[in-house]
Ligand binder design. Sequence first.
Ligand code: C5P
Length: 294
Amino acid sequence: MTSAGGRPVSSEAPAKLNFYLHVTGRRADGYHELDSLIVFAAPFDRVSAVPAKDLSLELSGPFAGELNAAGGQNLVEITARRLAELAGIQPAARITLDKQLPVAAGVGGGSSDAAAALRVLTSLWQLNIDLDDLQALALSLGADVPMCLHGKTCFAGGIGERLEAAPALPDCALVLANPGLSLATPNVFNARNGAFTAPARFDEAPADAAALAEILAARRNDLEAPAKMLAPVIDDVLHALASLPGSRLARMSGSGATCFALFDDCDAAVAAAHALRAQHRDWWITPSRIIHPV
Ligand code: C5P
């Protein structure tokens, strides 16, 4: 994060991927309980802020239009107001959100933006907020916001807010692909039926992409089937990713529709992304890598 002192304070908001996602139960309030391996990856949105007399939000980047078109209040703006309320101050900042990640796409873009806004505004407003209070605020903004605030590879339990350390993952590369489709998370959860799945955490640190793919192949994303029912094109994305040279595993992330494939290294992922783009010019396709924050 860039330091304050007249200059903008800025924070990256990476993509959040669910390497596996088991739905383990359902609470009385309708939220689903999960066991999921959470990983952060490129590309990033970026949230920046400078001091101002009141609160404003400007959007830029390839997916800014979708947020405008969706109308209503942006989660970054809601985050700013709620943080100021918690701190007992007036929300005043000129915030910019550079939207590089697809919207409603299963890569946690909105949650990651909200977490970045919490980091940026805590610094800009020089707040000293108790960590438990900040996590509680994060959870009230969305079930995935606490994990994005945490920002590190982890296992998530509860409805996504109970975070525990996961074994170190190898430095492997990814291709992300989205067929240009927004899926509303509640619709996907509601379309899920059948039994719940047991948690499936693991202790061993996989040595390379092959070992990681083997571990993940024994697990799954329970939201894949309901998402495919709502959007059958997801099956095409998964087949296309699985067929790419060097692809070790293809899976949907979160509630979709973005899917990822795992590769040994960046060269393989870049070549595969290039090949996939030639076949599907209307899909959002990008090579990616796992981020290992210190
Ligand atoms: O918390 P968030 O606003 O991101 O969740 C959006 C919706 O997704 C919830 O209202 C709920 O329908 C569904 N959801 C769920 N179980 C979770 C997370 C989200 O059922 N663990």
